[in-house]
Ligand binder design. Sequence first.
Ligand SMILES: [Zn+2]
Length: 307
Amino acid sequence: MICAYCGKEAKGTKEHIISCAILDLFPECYITFDDARDKIHLGDPMVKDVCAGCNNNKISYIDSYAKGLIGKYFTKKYDEDDKLEIEYDYTMVQKMLLKYAFNDMRSRKDDCSFFDKEILHYLMDVCDEIPKENITVLCGLAVNVSPAPDAIFGNLKLRWCKNPLFYSNSTIRHINYETGAIILNEDVEKEDFPDLKFSYLFRFNSVQFLLMCWDKNSEKIDQNNIVLDCQYPYHLMKPNENKAVLPLCTDELNYHKFEHIHVRWDGLFEVGLMRKYASGGSYIYKEHIEKEWQEEEKKISEEHPRK
Ligand SMILES: [Zn+2]
């Protein structure tokens, strides 16, 4: 086997697509739903093309950072009114998401030419701390604002997908506040970003990250970043900042239909509010079910300890 990182011939070791340390934080999520292969299994999502030297010595610092960040802020759920400010290291967040995307792309046998010598060096060298300008990262708070409890759709706290669908306009054309009727925007188009090589959406329980990887020679990156910043309910992370307040990035539809990135002004935010007010301001049955589910989750965690 040729090691995906150092390029040397060596025996392959198992590399978790998402750090094992993060999976350890969520023992209740013990089933893998592998849409790419249309399989459901009990094992962790893995690739096996990294040599022991790279796996254990070169890239493991990224996993340690990831565990710290996710463990500190995102093992709990938040409400839509919560204000969460996080402290982070921009370079490390870039590296963490890049590593997971790279793992996932290799596991799907996708074209990995984006991960050239420069990017691999960036990942393998803890001292290579200059963030990449052709990579954009956004973050937002994932809150279930819908009337449907999380567990209805499976225990999907950890999710990721390649090339999520970015909308260019609201999915709702009109809301009739008298009757509650909603007219959908049938011809809403997909937003196309020039010089985008690929993108990824990650959810780690209560946070979502968007990773955008641009052509290195692109002159459209600044323009794309402006569109991303203005058009979507995410915070655009910047190299010179180390703190961010996470905006609510989910509405009642895309909290569950995760691959859909709705615009900031999507009427669904309004529909969600309208529905909630019509239900007296809270979803009491959902809250009741969620409380019960938390108890159930505790049991599941105990029944499925991680190593
Ligand atoms: Zn190696």
